[in-house]
Design a protein around this ligand. Structure first.
Ligand code: PMP
Length: 304
């Protein structure tokens, strides 16, 4: 395959049928988003946010992009902004992995850290105050921008349907951080087949199943407020997965499948296995593996 730039490699990721024992003879299919060039599902978002803003004349060649992010969206945005030669400032709570922050810097972005205990809300308010001081700055605001779920509605969701061609999809299981991935795909799949069950995954310490909010080791998912995108979709169930369970699945995937998955993928796998126990036999479950474990080595993702 001959390509002219790295951005051409965003999307069209493989969907793998996991060759592991699944309860009730069900099958689990996982979309391998670590195969995007920036290493995560958020390359799709970065590209869509920047091209959408450019087309709508919200940015021009003199703009500065500013965004609060847990890391992967920052990498995706920095990658996209590079194409347009736009300076990028990413506001990241200190707790997020060093590797992700190094990759953002390598792409030319400026990183501003906010205290871990202020969470993503602290990063959001810091980003807003920086934007207020910089002329011609643009804040994509993934947490509220409808372009976020639209990215996944337009790209990843139809890929799943094409990948599975004539197979029935019974359940869609995925984690939520901003909620864009889950909302965009759930909306598309419900329109495609209203019988598909939508199951959202969160770590302990996220508030969807009633809280309380507290720190967790599973990185990339977990919410401090209900994502606004969830208002327009139907959610059948919210599964809360412990950090221990998520990290156990990360190790299991490496040992049994040769797959290096991040902790949010581990939580998605744990939730898919749990759902297989309650769904009818021979159900087809589709899930998302948002990134790889390689960007979490400094957090001891495989233990010592
Ligand atoms: N997993 C990882 C590793 C992520 O970085 C993110 C984005 N924060 C998600 C899952 C959740 O994606 P979304 O923001 O679309 O809910």
């Amino acid at each position: 395959m001959l390509i002219k730039n790295i951005h051409q490699l965003i999307g069209q990721t493989p969907l793998i049928e996991l060759q592991i024992p699944v309860p009730n003879q069900s099958r689990i299919f996982a979309k391998l988003e670590m195969f995007n060039p920036g290493g995560s599902i958020k390359d799709r978002l970065g590209q869509f946010l920047i091209s959408d803003a450019w087309q709508r004349n919200l940015i021009n060649q003199n703009s500065t992009i500013i965004e609060p992010t847990a890391g992967n969206t920052g990498i995706g945005l920095a990658l996209a902004a590079q194409q347009y030669k736009l300076p990028t400032i990413l506001v990241v709570p200190e707790k997020f992995s060093a590797e992700k922050q190094q990759l953002m810097k390598a792409l030319g972005a400026t990183i501003i850290n906010t205290p871990s205990n202020e969470g993503i809300k602290g990063a959001i308010s810091k980003a807003k105050s920086i934007a207020a001081e910089i002329e011609n700055s643009y804040l994509p605001m993934q947490f509220a921008n409808p372009a976020n779920p639209e990215t996944y509605y337009k790209t990843l969701a139809p890929e799943i349907v094409t990948d599975l061609k004539n197979e029935k999809i019974d359940a869609f299981v995925a984690g939520a951080g901003s909620g864009g991935t889950f909302a965009g795909i759930a909306k598309y799949l419900s329109e495609y087949d209203a019988t598909i069950k939508n199951i959202v995954v969160e770590p302990e310490g996220s508030i969807l199943n009633g809280g309380p909010a507290h720190a967790h080791r599973t990185e990339g998912i977990g919410v401090e407020f209900v994502p606004p995108f969830f208002e327009s979709i139907h959610i059948d169930k919210t599964l809360t997965i412990s950090d221990d369970n998520a990290f156990q699945q990360v190790r299991y995937a490496a040992e049994n499948l040769g797959l290096f998955i991040g902790s949010s993928s581990g939580a998605a796998l744990a939730a898919s296995l749990q759902m297989a126990e309650t769904l009818p036999p021979q159900s087809n479950i589709v899930t998302i593996f948002p990134d790889s474990s390689e960007r979490y080595m400094s957090t001891n993702i495989y233990g010592n």
